[in-house]
Design a protein around this ligand. Structure first.
Ligand code: SF4
Ligand code: SF4
Ligand code: SF4
Ligand code: FES
Length: 1019
């Protein structure tokens, strides 16, 4: 039997109106009271009177196209559509009459006469609104003879996840409106008029090449089988469902996992989800297939050394071996020689258990989390300024913002569902300021244009925030009353003096950031003058050597302008992974217990000692980079890594690989054989988010339930594996369900003391702090008073990063992410999303490309001080000259090999966003290292010799012409590396003399053998 809409998913037909006044009217003789502005159809529905409809649904503004919801209104001529008719006081409405029944049947008859009558075999059978409405209006027969119709319209199957079958379309426009109103992409239109109207993605093109971003909103909105998930076509309509939380990003969307037997047939965004309100992105909606990918490891494995093959063993043997190795290492090298790394992909409960394992069973504090490499500066900065390491707002707050400043966050790619909400607010008229080195999508979209795009140079955030503050302070735009009441006055005065200094003026900072002083001034005025101004930021703020300074700078600016402590304002870090906030909350940093209490605090420690029956070491443990350094020094020998691929995600790939190689016992708990597992001795197969119970905490501090949908493929949920390991180490941790772990978290963590699974089941989710003061959670923090008492201003001196460009590394590489992929791609690459972004590309400005003879699609060698890799070129003006950009979703791109050793001064968060590089067309794999970088001159003979060397390599080019072109490009690069900047510029200007030398060199080559069978692309 098909799944019925649950009461919780009830469709109220038109959106809720929160009119201040209540209006009473009569519908079919019943008196109904609803808020002003409510539609008649919604008022009727709330009174239990169901009016037939097709084009109305409560997630979209009413459209009035299907003419099925007609009603009679006393004193009014005709039959108005009840979805577009607002209630009026004293109105008398009839929803049933012989005339209405006749009209509705007539409308349905027209629809059905142009609809394939294949209900029994249709994938929507049992879950189709057209089918339901035909029944509701009592349609028994269609009188029309077959005539012109759309029954043979061609099906578009180009989207990997859903089909579009125009033969079933009733042109209700729900899909078009969903794409506009919910997603804000405007990919769909109605082409033609009247009978000829058809839904069209883009300019009559297939979905796959249109602007569509596969969010699924149109599929969700479609009342027929026209837009339909391929998984449902394959498996059939669901039989039961479980509400759970997306395992991808920090938006934390709620989904109903619909099941056919033991298989997920589709993930439907939950209309009651408090983070997503029924919306989704391509990852959460469609890319869950990795959970059953054949690459999943489903048996525990061990090996004595990383040179040996893996051996599958029973669970108990793997656990016993892991425990005995950890014990052996500790006996041989000391208690501090082992540690653990948790992941933001893990649940709160799993993370809590890993840090408990380390502190109670390992007997040290060597635990860290991958948040170290992303948002640790947020934790430090916001704790210092406000007293809490978390966002100040909920997502809904953005709907009250008048000015939105987005700093270092590519919201539409990284946090797509929240971005859709932000875009709605921007379309309503809120102003936008973007500070980003790159032209991100949000800068210009349909109906949205940033008022100011502060396109700063990577690494100059702090200079920019100081200049914005300079304008605020020197132009008297501070909120003195707020600061006087809420902040420390001495620190504020000192900060004012500091930012007022000429070195922080927009004119001085223009030279550092590259942003025009006038633009800085205008943006600062816009932010400071708005009734409500909010800052949203991402890794473009934190992953810098001054990441913590920048977070402090943002906090300073928000406090100085009074933009804290109410809806519409605040400092909003956007967390990348699903549980970054939670993994930090749970005490997985080496110096903190859950709830951000320092390990050295004897009172806090005593509560953990008492609860866990141990004496927790008062000394903070090792951070991730310290663990690797200690491994290379020989003092750190054993590591338990749950859910994190450190060999791929940490900077300095070779350094990390050597450190892992130096360890005696590496235990990896994961879904797949990842890069880190190549250095492991024990592999414990983990469970996907669909296979376990627990909670995630999203970017807005919202704790949501993760519910088990299918049995763990390897037989155990991750928390059970950690418990087994603890028991084998002689420290039993007994829980029968993760709810008991949450009870322990609540008992030991003041900000979580009111959290329980029973409450989460009842409320759907809660935002911490959730305790006696706020039993149902805290959407907005620091209302009336900062958690730390007085808000703290901090001096944020701009100190340029040590990662500088020079003639050898003249470009700055910065990194980011793309919508369809997630993190290092372990999951998304094992879904059809892989085809949407099959490789990481290097974005380069056309001027920089021309200088180097680079064409779109060329293979490039990207060389930094610490390493090199190759990527394909994408020429685009999204990046400025001098800046290149790439993503890091594919391990073969080895982007992390390029990253410098620089990190945030306070937290060691790596400086992923600024790396000086050189970029050139890719040549001989050996050629580059043979170059003498010290040489300032080059002679033509040497050039010809080099050309000869690479000539053999370029034999792979299919035509002589292309080979010559490629070699010519190479020679330019050799010139560039060996000669002074003037010569490079000379080449770029197309100086004939130099060009002719290059040509001569090419002509001096022996004839290049051509082998057409070689793949040019791989050259
Ligand atoms: S595709 Fe579906 S939602 Fe869109 S107009 Fe056709 S029937 Fe309506
Ligand atoms: S999937 Fe999303 S982006 Fe694509 S057409 Fe539908 S609503 Fe628009
Ligand atoms: S926005 Fe994030 S949480 Fe929501 S569906 Fe997409 S990946 Fe999942
Ligand atoms: S539901 Fe009102 S016109 Fe379609």
């Amino acid at each position: 039997m098909a799944l019925m809409r649950s009461r919780a998913d009830r469709d109220f037909l038109t959106p809720l109106r929160d009119g201040a006044n209540t209006v009473s009217l009569e519908i079919d003789g019943r008196v109904v009271s609803v808020p002003d502005g409510t539609s008649v159809i919604r008022a009727a529905d709330e009174a239990g009177i169901h009016v037939p409809k097709l084009c109305a649904t409560d997630s979209l503004e009413p459209f009035g196209s299907c003419r099925l919801c007609l009603v009679e209104v006393e004193g009014q001529r005709g039959y108005p559509a009840s979805c577009t008719t607002p209630v009026r006081a004293g109105m008398k409405v009839r929803t049933e009459s012989p005339a209405l029944a006749r009209l509705r049947r007539g409308v349905m008859e027209l629809y059905i006469s142009d609809h394939p009558l294949d209900c029994l075999t249709c994938s929507a059978n049992g879950n189709c609104e057209l089918q339901d409405m035909a029944g509701a209006v009592g349609l028994r027969e269609v009188r029309y003879q077959p005539g012109a119709n759309h029954l043979h319209a061609e099906k578009d199957q180009s989207n990997p996840y859903f089909t579009f079958d125009p033969s079933k379309c009733i042109v209700c426009s729900r899909c078009v409106r969903a794409c506009e109103e919910i997603q804000g992409t405007y990919a769909l239109t109605i082409d033609g008029r009247g009978f000829s109207s058809v839904i069209s993605p883009g300019q009559n093109e297939p979905f796959s090449t249109s602007e569509c971003v596969s969010c699924g909103a149109c599929v969700q909105a479609c009342p027929t089988a026209t837009l339909m998930e391929k998984s449902v076509i394959e498996l059939g309509q669901a039989e039961h469902s479980v509400v759970t939380t997306c395992g991808y990003c920090g938006v934390g969307c709620s989904f109903r996992a619909e099941m056919k037997g033991d298989f997920v047939s589709r993930m439907v965004p939950n209309p009651n989800g408090q983070a997503n309100h029924g919306h989704s992105c391509v990852k959460g909606r469609f890319a869950w297939g990795y959970a059953t990918h054949p690459d999943r490891i489903t048996h525990p494995m061990i090996r004595k050394s990383i040179d040996q093959p893996w051996r599958e063993v029973p669970w108990h043997e793997a656990i016993d071996y892991a425990a005995s190795e950890l014990k052996r290492v500790q006996e041989k090298h000391g208690r501090g020689a082992v540690g653990a790394i948790t992941s933001s992909r893990c649940t709160n409960e799993e993370t809590f258990l890993v840090q408990k394992l380390v502190r109670a069973a390992f007997g040290n504090n060597n635990v860290d989390t991958c948040a170290r490499v992303c948002h640790s500066p947020t934790g430090y900065g916001l704790k210092t300024a406000f007293g809490t390491s978390a966002t100040t707002q909920d997502f809904e707050s953005v709907m009250h913002a008048d000015v939105i400043m987005v700093i270092g966050a590519n919201v539409t790619e990284g946090h797509p569902v929240f971005a859709a909400q932000m875009k709605r607010r921007l379309r309503e008229g809120a102003k936008l300021i973007v500070a980003d080195p790159r032209v991100t999508e949000i800068v210009r979209l349909p109906h949205i244009a940033a008022s100011y795009h502060l396109q700063l140079k990577p690494g100059t955030n702090v200079a920019l925030i100081n200049a914005l503050a300079h304008v605020v302070v020197t132009e008297g735009l501070t909120d003195e009353a707020f600061v006087a009441a809420r902040c420390d006055p001495r620190e504020f005065d000192a900060w004012k003096k500091f930012v007022s200094d000429e070195r922080n003026s927009p004119d001085a900072v223009e030279k550092i950031t590259g942003v025009a002083a006038d633009k800085i001034r205008a943006a600062a005025r816009m932010y400071a003058s708005a009734p409500n101004a909010a800052i949203y930021y991402g890794l473009g703020v934190t992953e810098h050597s001054q990441g913590s300074t920048m977070v402090l700078g943002i906090a300073n600016l928000a406090m100085a302008t009074g933009n804290i402590g109410r809806p519409g304002v605040g400092v909003n870090p956007l967390r990348g992974q699903n549980n970054v906030q939670g993994s930090c909350d749970m005490g997985s940093f080496p110096h903190e217990f859950s709830g951000y209490r320092h390990i050295s605090d004897p009172i806090v420690r005593a509560t953990f000692d008492a609860a866990w029956g141990v004496r927790v070491d008062p000394e903070p443990g090792l951070r991730i980079p310290n663990m690797f350094d200690a491994a290379l020094e020989g003092s750190f020998k054993g590591l338990y890594v749950e859910g994190e691929d450190v060999a791929q995600s940490e900077p300095g790939g070779e350094h990390v690989a050597n450190a892992l190689r130096a360890m005696e016992c590496v235990i990896v708990q994961d879904l797949f054989m990842n890069e880190t597992a190549k250095f492991a001795h024990v592999f414990l197969p983990g469970s996907s988010f669909l296979e376990k119970n627990g909670t995630f905490t999203n970017s807005e501090r919202r704790i949501s339930m993760v519910r088990k949908v299918t049995a763990p493929l390897a037989g155990k949920e991750d928390w059970q594996i950690t418990c087994d390991l603890a028991e084998a180490l002689g420290y039993p941790m007994k829980y029968s369900h993760p709810s008991e772990i949450m009870d322990e978290i609540a008992h030991l963590t003041p900000t979580f003391s009111g959290v329980s699974y029973a409450k989460l089941d009842r409320l759907g989710s809660v935002q911490w702090p959730c305790n006696d003061h706020a039993p149902e959670g805290t959407p907005t923090m620091h209302v009336g008073e900062f958690v730390r008492g007085k808000g703290r201003f901090t001096i944020t001196e701009y100190i340029p990063t040590d990662e500088r460009t020079n003639s050898e590394y003249p470009l700055l590489l910065t990194t980011g992410r793309i919508l369809s992929q997630y993190n290092v791609g372990t999951q998304t690459r094992r879904t059809l999303n892989g085809a949407m972004h099959s490789e990481d590309l290097l974005e380069i400005h056309p001027n920089d490309a021309e200088l180097r003879g680079i064409r779109d699609g060329d293979w490039l060698q990207v060389r930094a001080r610490r390493g090199e890799t190759r990527l394909r070129a994408l020429l685009t003006e999204r990046v400025q000259p001098g800046i290149v950009y790439t993503t890091f979703h594919h391990p073969e791109s080895r982007t992390n090999d390029l990253m410098s050793e620089h990190s945030d001064w306070a937290t060691n968060c790596p400086e992923y966003k600024v790396t000086a590089v050189q970029v050139m067309p890719h040549g001989s794999p050996a050629g580059k290292s043979e170059i003498d970088h010290e040489s300032e001159t080059a002679d033509i003979d040497h050039l010809v010799m080099m050309a000869n060397d690479i000539g053999a390599y370029f034999a792979a080019y299919p035509t002589h012409e292309e080979a010559v072109g490629g070699i010519e490009n190479h020679l330019r690069n050799f010139w560039e590396l060996r000669m002074r900047r003037e010569i490079i510029d000379y080449v770029a200007r197309g100086g004939d003399e130099l060009k002719s030398i290059v040509r001569e060199a090419v002509l001096a080559l022996p004839s290049v053998p051509i082998d057409e069978s070689e793949d040019v692309g791989e050259g």
